[in-house]
Design a protein around this ligand. Structure first.
Ligand code: 5GP
Ligand code: MG
Length: 178
């Protein structure tokens, strides 16, 4: 694996390896399998960043599940703008259903804080939050996160679904800005 990558005008160094990502996802899947035994949750990944995480996680789920993607964006370059610029909503009846929202990363928490009320209005039986990566020092909202893969420092990262101005989503590992 490359030790550094260059995407546009920035360079990044290796931060989390493929095997560390796989181990974190295995631990999340084990917890979800325990908590949702005999149930059929709807997994709701937030596009674009969580597509790779969603794909690897659902392969490890032993309960029945459905998958329905939504889209939201609050990032420009390396800064969270705090404003949601796009939102493709859920297009099925979720009343009485168990929902697990999947994020690639929770930074300020603004994205989820804005998405959550619109879910609760649709009267699901439960809503839980699951994120592969979490920056505890960046959190600015009081959302409760039910499943966390890896806690990281407050640094901009790319790879494994996460981009820098559209680039880097295809990297197998996660890289940190230098
Ligand atoms: P929040 O609303 O919690 O501030 O940010 C949520 C979204 O911002 C994430 O789903 C992700 O798409 C993007 N984001 C947050 N931190 C990073 C980061 O370090 N790198 C990249 N590429 N995207 C990030
Ligand atoms: Mg995201």
């Amino acid at each position: 694996m490359p030790q550094t990558v260059t995407l546009g005008d920035k360079s990044f160094r290796i931060y989390i390896t493929e095997s560390q990502i796989a181990e974190a996802i295995g631990q999340i899947a084990a917890k979800i399998n325990e908590d949702y035994k005999g149930k059929c949750p709807i997994i709701v990944p937030v596009l674009n960043g969580s597509f790779m995480f969603a794909s690897d996680l659902v392969k490890l789920l032993s309960c029945d599940c459905e998958i329905s993607f939504i889209k939201a964006s609050s990032y420009k370059g390396t800064e969270s703008t705090g404003q949601l610029t796009t939102l493709i909503g859920i297009n099925q009846d979720i009343s009485g259903r168990d929902i697990i929202i999947l994020e690639d990363i929770i930074d300020t928490g603004h994205t989820l804080a804005k998405i959550l009320p619109s879910f609760k209005d649709l009267k699901p039986a439960s809503v839980r939050l699951c994120t592969l990566l979490f920056k505890p020092k960046a959190l600015k909202t009081d959302i409760q996160i039910d499943y966390v893969g890896i806690e990281i420092a407050n640094e901009f990262i790319v790879g494994y679904g996460l981009d820098y101005n559209g680039l880097g989503r295809n990297l197998k590992e996660i890289y940190q800005v230098i």
